[in-house]
Write a protein that binds this ligand. Structure first.
Ligand SMILES: Cc1cc2nc3c(=O)[nH]c(=O)nc-3n(C[C@H](O)[C@H](O)[C@H](O)COP(=O)(O)O)c2cc1C
Length: 183
């Protein structure tokens, strides 16, 4: 699969087949996280792989009852170990940003194996910490569901580049001084 196909073809999957993910594939998917960049190379991301039905049920209710989640064969609970981060980057955005980039690597790697995923960010952190025995210095950053997709989806609307870009000042859409020869 070429890179653009991987980027553009990944979708958030919320309907999964009852088919297990082979451990070897799961290991490769998780390993992709290790290559992510991180502030100060702190690599604060930690991953709890959950396959027990009763725990997935608990995670599903902690994720504000997003009922589709417990049909996914695997939940990856993405945590941040903040014990080192707090020393260097107290109250910065880095812990979350580092985990976010690792999550993207995981989801894209899963997609290359034909495995669907969904990033779930709406959850009751206290409930997940309690249910999975996560210690105090570790925060929950996201849950990723993983499994073989049982739905075909088209890409939800993307804003065009013109909406996203400014040149030299926020909101300035005139790029002529930057790219005088572009026409
Ligand atoms: C930070 C973050 C939080 C998200 N939280 C949820 C969530 O709680 N539940 C859900 O179903 N999807 C969630 N999503 C998935 C988005 O809804 C999805 O990425 C978006 O609609 C675009 O669709 P696509 O991923 O198929 O391109 C989240 C995505 C991100 C990046």
């Amino acid at each position: 699969m070429n890179f653009d196909k991987i980027l553009q073809g990944r979708r958030s999957i919320r309907k999964y087949k009852k088919k297990a993910i082979p451990w070897k594939k799961l290991a490769f998917i998780l390993d992709a996280a290790r290559y992510s960049p991180s502030a100060g190379n702190l690599q604060n991301w930690r991953f709890i792989v959950v396959d027990k039905e009763e725990l997935k049920d608990k995670i599903t209710s902690a994720c504000l009852g997003q009922k589709w989640m417990n049909k996914a064969p695997i939940h990856i609970v993405v945590c941040s170990d903040n014990s080192t981060i707090d020393k260097f980057y107290k109250s910065s955005k880095f812990p979350t940003q580092n985990c976010a980039v690792a999550i993207q690597n995981i989801m894209l790697k899963a997609h290359t194996f034909g495995i669907g995923s969904c990033w779930v960010g709406a959850f009751d952190e206290r409930a997940i910490k309690r249910d999975l025995k996560i210690p105090g210095n570790v925060s929950v950053e996201a849950v990723i569901t993983l499994g073989y997709s049982d739905q075909k989806l088209t890409m939800p609307r993307r804003l065009d580049l013109g909406t996203l870009l400014s040149f030299n000042e926020f909101g300035n859409k005139d790029s002529d001084s930057m790219f005088p020869l572009k026409k």
